[in-house]
Design a protein around this ligand. Structure first.
Ligand code: ADE
Length: 224
């Protein structure tokens, strides 16, 4: 898979891809992540990428032309399955959307900034708008990092244990069951006996019951 991220703040997006699972996925060649600085496609001598909004009002708007130039250059090089705009207006990201995107070959993620992007960019280039929740961030960069993480960890070979993404919270619309590690008795709080029993069918059944119980208590909306 290849992810191209267009941003005015590439430095904000470097570190998520330089540690742990995402770093390893890139090193193993399971995903390519390319950051594109919108200012490299700017207009005039002032590296301009934003301007005042027509009709007045506070806040700058990212201009259509630099974004058009960047997306068009990428599209000359390969075919993209999706051009995603990170925006609080979009559909709220969930596990099903991450699963779907993990099957794509090439995606572009455009990060908004200031008041957002010129509407014509959305009309002409964007195939999907995604939000990471009903709150406003100062830009789409952190949202793009969240989306990329949710997708990349699902790619085959990224997680050591091939099955572990399948047992995540939200797969099957259930929260994950509780997990424990050593010691088996922590200050008098004991790990449930079943987990120490070595009886794997019984452990599996317990986990399913706990997942359902936890979902009923914490997120009953998932069961509706
Ligand atoms: N940009 C600003 N706020 C956002 C949000 N909640 N989700 C995605 N992109 C955003």
């Amino acid at each position: 898979m290849r992810i191209d991220i267009i941003t005015v703040l590439p430095e904000l997006l470097k570190s998520p891809f330089e540690a742990s699972i995402l770093k390893r996925a890139i090193e193993k060649g399971l995903v390519e992540v390319h950051l594109h600085n919108l200012r490299d496609f700017s207009l005039g001598n002032y590296n301009q990428v934003d301007d005042y909004q027509f009709g007045g009002g506070a806040g700058m708007v990212l201009m259509a032309e630099p974004i058009d130039k960047c997306i068009s250059k990428l599209k000359e090089e390969r075919v993209y399955d999706e051009v995603i705009y990170m925006s609080p207006d979009g559909a709220t990201l969930n596990q099903g959307m991450a699963n779907g995107l993990s099957l794509k070959k090439n995606i572009i993620i455009l990060c908004g900034h200031y008041k957002g992007v010129d509407q014509r960019v959305r009309d002409l280039f964007i195939t999907k708008e995604i939000s990471i929740g009903d709150y406003v961030l100062s830009g789409g960069e952190l949202a793009a990092a969240v989306l990329s993480d949710a997708v990349i960890r699902l790619l085959p070979g990224v997680l050591n244990d091939e099955t572990s993404a399948l047992t995540d919270t939200f797969q099957d619309n259930l929260l994950a069951p509780p997990v424990y590690t050593r010691p088996s008795n922590y200050k008098g709080h004991k790990v449930p006996d079943v987990l120490l029993s070595g009886n794997f069918p019984k452990i599996e059944k317990w986990r399913e019951e706990q997942a359902l119980k936890r979902t009923e208590t914490l997120r009953p909306d998932l069961l509706e």
